[in-house]
Ligand binder design. Structure first.
Ligand code: CP
Ligand code: NVA
Length: 308
């Protein structure tokens, strides 16, 4: 049994195996309707709990559909409706759920909830996003990059804007998949030193560059995300917008990157804020391929967790 908590906690060979498996499973579904079953049914007889303490479109739907395609069943639970949100401990919740389900995916606020859930559950636990990281997203992103451009190792990935949870998992991925990272954004919103240090310790080049145009020079991939994440206070909105405006990904900024540089965004996007529609819908954008690949990547993650 394997938990999937963060990319730096998972062996690089296992991560590579998951991506290759996801690709093969995606290829095997070509021409099928979305609800059609896979030929293989590795989750037959398995029940998966999907717990959400924050909103979600992609994570919720892609996990649910993925489990069903593999023959399993799902239960989508909102944190608020559970006793978890009303005083029951995480440890007790984990022990109880382990008596009913075979796998737990949780999206929560503080990462300590995820860690405690994994500590006390007898079944695998998957990180569906916390305030600090979002590993499933970056598995889909690496898969998407490689589908379009081949191996990501050695490439230059530029993160524009807020050094948030998605950025953190990109830094973990830089360590594990061997690419270079540049962060461009305001000093107040830099990624945590722990994440930068981890990538550097693995021998990766990580550059912090205040000037967005300089940062994207020679970029193979440009990535951004919302300026106000779900865990950020709404009162910080105006301050964040003011700080982040120079880091908007627009056609002018893209023109300083390599001509074939890809553009990614985990979505949901706030068009006209962190990225313009011209870029989101432009020929270098792969944002909807990323969204689709959440499905395939997570199916492979679940199979790895369960060893099936
Ligand atoms: N990218 C992502 O995780 O989207 P949702 O918040 O819709 O799940
Ligand atoms: N950084 C965003 C990602 C959403 C998928 C958030 O945490 O709200």
């Amino acid at each position: 049994m394997n938990h999937f908590l963060d990319l730096h906690k998972t062996d690089p060979a296992a991560l590579r195996g998951i991506i290759d498996h996801a690709r093969a499973m995606k290829d095997a579904r070509v021409g099928r309707t979305r609800g059609a079953a896979d030929d293989e049914q590795p989750l037959a007889g398995r029940m998966v709990a999907l717990i959400f303490e924050k909103p979600s479109t992609r994570t919720r739907v892609s996990f649910d559909v993925g489990v069903r395609q593999m023959g399993g069943q799902t239960m989508v639970l909102s944190g608020n409706d559970m006793q978890l949100g009303h005083g029951e401990t995480i440890a007790d919740t984990a022990r109880v759920l382990s008596r009913y389900v075979d796998l737990i995916m949780i999206r929560t606020f503080d990462e300590s909830v995820l860690i405690e859930m994994a500590e006390y559950a007898d079944v695998p636990v998957i990180n569906g996003l916390t305030d600090r990281t979002h590993p499933c997203q970056i598995m889909a992103d690496v898969m998407t990059y490689e589908e379009h451009r081949g191996p990501i190792a050695g490439k230059k990935v530029v993160w524009c804007g807020d050094g948030n949870n998605v950025c953190a998992s990109f830094l973990h991925a830089s360590a594990q998949f061997g690419f270079e990272m540049v962060f461009t954004g305001p000093v107040q919103l830099e990624p945590e030193p722990e994440f930068v240090g981890l990538a550097r310790k693995a021998g990766r080049k990580v550059i912090i560059e205040r000037d967005a145009r300089k940062a994207v020079e020679g970029a193979d991939l440009i990535v951004t995300d919302t300026w106000v994440s779900m865990h950020d206070s709404q009162s910080s909105r105006e301050r964040r917008h003011n700080m982040l405006r120079p880091y908007q990904v627009n056609a002018e900024l893209m023109s300083h990157a390599k001509p074939d540089a890809l553009f990614m965004h985990c979505l949901p996007a706030h068009r006209g804020e962190e990225a313009t529609s011209e870029v989101m819908d432009g020929s270098n954008s792969v944002v909807f391929d990323e969204a689709e690949n959440r499905l395939h990547a997570q199916k492979a993650v679940m199979r790895w967790c369960l060893g099936v």
